[in-house]
Design a protein around this ligand. Structure first.
Ligand SMILES: Cc1cc2nc3c(=O)[nH]c(=O)nc-3n(C[C@H](O)[C@H](O)[C@H](O)COP(=O)(O)OP(=O)(O)OC[C@H]3O[C@@H](n4cnc5c(N)ncnc54)[C@H](O)[C@@H]3O)c2cc1C
Length: 528
């Protein structure tokens, strides 16, 4: 049996981040990844044709930009091959009536787009960004630390610059905020689409901050993506771990966390190998799968009951294309290429999508889109002059006929989405398609066990699964009922997306318990 200080299960960006901080702090770290490659939902594959580097899951690395990891360049990831690109336009949103709204990196230019619909709404956008400036320090501080109890959060919120207004915003639905602040229907659709990009249903309570945070992050950092593909972040983290004496093994699915005397002492993998951990085991196993791997008897009844209630987050459907030219989107200023395009006709279309989703129906009459062509800014991802294109829609894993039905319908669903998008472009047609690869929500789960029930953000971020309650009330500190076993990843605070915050927060707690700490602050960039 090989011997390590810390064994980390899973090599998604969060657990790699925990491992990197621990390795840099001097611990002997082993990372075991079940898949043949590292990265989890931040990976790259030649899904269509040789030379076409696709991001099967995430592309945008926005939320990680306000993580102290990046803000203070704590691990110097830029020295390990990680370079970010900032598209301009940030994204464009064409509508079926020929109108369009484009977000530009220049705020005045974005406001000019909004003013074409309503000068009042353009002013309301500036006000929204100002309000976010007043709220961001509080929200970022919450996200960058283990969560506080709800009464503490409420007291800090009420004491913010916006005072009770911020409390009201927190408790509202994002749709209420958008309809209160913006009048014109295209403008409302524009703000609803961007607020929806972390896949929380915007009609649910306590989603109000999403109407601010996502749009402000995009306005500031653009639709930021790593040069070379999403995998560049895990690759940089892996290089740091290895440079600090750590080891990463792939095709090592962990089937058992060994618990002796109430303490996690190592793991077993599917091939029968065992790995001992003298100080800690860090898991990024999906929380719903944890009891089967650590042993139900080692968890408290309250912890198990919390996991039994766990609800998945919304799921995505993604069709990947190799194209001979980039899609050109119809805008009021002519057709244009854009790394990112949003498709939402109206707030009614969002309601329709959420209603269909909740009923397990495939309603494709008026789909909501996210279309990404990274090669518009990053030529390294495809052969010269060619493009990678990802067409995403938000469709249920749990179909009325059962999730397996996806295998029968996914190609037709991809055809229908492509046909629905084509009229919003001047050139999207079979003529420019060189190859295609379709991933249903069921395929996402097959690709990565952490995408449990198609959940691409660990689990829903409803109030009962957020903050102090994520993953289970009383256990939001990244510790678990098993001594020496820590949990990170999208199922922990502050949830899914490429934020790196579950990974860094977990590292802070782990290192503190081991008598060490995160690196001292070395500021390089102003806080958001
Ligand atoms: C289609 C899609 C598009 C997305 N787009 C974006 C986007 O543009 N921007 C964004 O911010 N977010 C996006 N997301 C969400 C985001 O990618 C994820 O929330 C995030 O990457 C999760 O990171 P993680 O480190 O917590 O876990 P993961 O990346 O899921 O990694 C977990 C790892 O653990 C491994 N593992 C699990 N169980 C075991 C085991 N028993 N033994 C060994 N290994 C195990 C898995 O194989 C996996 O590699 C998208 C997700 C999807 C599916």
């Amino acid at each position: 049996m090989s011997q390590w200080d810390i064994v980390v299960v899973g090599a998604g960006h969060n657990s790699l981040l925990t491992a990197a901080y621990a390795a840099k702090a001097g611990f002997k770290v082993l990372v075991l990844e079940g898949a043949p490659r590292i990265g989890g939902d931040t990976s790259c594959e030649e899904l269509t044709l040789p030379g076409f580097i696709h991001d099967p899951c995430s592309t945008a690395h926005n939320l990680i930009q306000s993580n102290p990891l990046m803000r203070n360049n704590e691990l110097r990831l830029d020295q390990y091959g990680l370079r970010y690109l900032y598209p301009d336009p940030v994204f464009t949103m064409p509508f079926q009536d020929g109108r369009s709204i484009t977000m530009w990196r220049d705020l005045d230019r974005t406001c000019a787009e909004l003013a074409r619909f309503s000068p009042e709404d353009a002013e309301a956008y500036r006000e929204l960004l100002n309000d976010w400036q007043a709220m961001a320090p509080i929200v970022n501080d919450e996200r960058e630390n283990p969560p506080q109890p709800p009464q503490e959060i409420a007291a800090r919120t009420a004491g913010s610059k916006l005072g009770l207004r911020m409390l009201e915003i927190r408790q509202s639905t994002a749709l209420d905020i958008i309809t209160q602040r913006f009048r014109e229907q295209h403008v409302r659709a524009f703000f609803a689409w961007i607020a929806f990009m972390t896949l929380h249903p915007l009609d649910e309570p306590e989603t109000g901050l999403l109407a601010f945070s996502l749009v402000a992050g995009r306005q500031r950092f653009s639709w930021i993506l790593p040069e070379g593909g999403s995998i560049r972040l895990p690759l940089a983290l892996a290089a740091i771990i290895e440079a600090s004496g750590g080891t990463i093994l792939t095709s090592k699915s962990v089937t058992r966390i060994v618990v002796e005397g109430g303490r996690a002492t190592g793991v077993e993998t599917a091939d029968g190998s065992t790995y001992a951990a003298s100080r800690a085991v860090v898991s990024s196993i999906h929380i719903a799968q944890l009891p089967g791997i650590v042993g139900e008897e080692n968890l408290t009844p309250q912890f198990r009951a919390g996991i039994d209630r766990w609800k998945p987050s919304l799921s995505m459907f993604a069709a990947h294309y190799a194209l001979s030219e980039a899609p050109r989107f119809r805008t009021e200023d002519g057709s244009m290429e854009s790394v990112t395009m949003g498709g939402l006709e109206s707030l009614g279309s969002l309601h329709r999508m959420l209603t269909g989703y909740r009923a397990g129906c495939l309603d494709l009459e008026d789909p909501v889109f996210l279309a990404i062509t990274p090669t518009v800014i990053d030529a390294t991802r495809a052969p010269a002059g060619k493009h990678t294109f990802k067409l995403i829609s938000f469709l249920p894993y749990q179909l009325a006929e059962g999730p397996e039905h996806w295998d029968q319908v996914k190609d037709q669903v991809a055809d229908r989405l492509f046909e629905a998008l084509a009229p919003l472009t001047t050139n999207l047609s079979e003529r420019i398609v060189l190859g295609r690869n379709v991933n249903s929500p069921l395929d996402m789960e097959r690709r990565n066990p952490a995408n449990w029930r198609g959940s691409c953000h660990g689990g829903a971020s409803t109030p009962d699964q957020s903050g102090y309650f994520r993953p289970v009330e009383g256990w939001s500190t990244y510790r678990t009922p098993v001594e020496g076993l820590y949990q990170t990843g999208a199922c922990t605070h502050p949830g899914g997306s490429v934020s790196g915050l579950p990974g860094r927060n977990c590292a802070a707690v782990l290192l503190q318990d081991l008598g060490s700490s995160l690196p001292a602050r070395r500021p390089t960039r102003a806080a958001l």
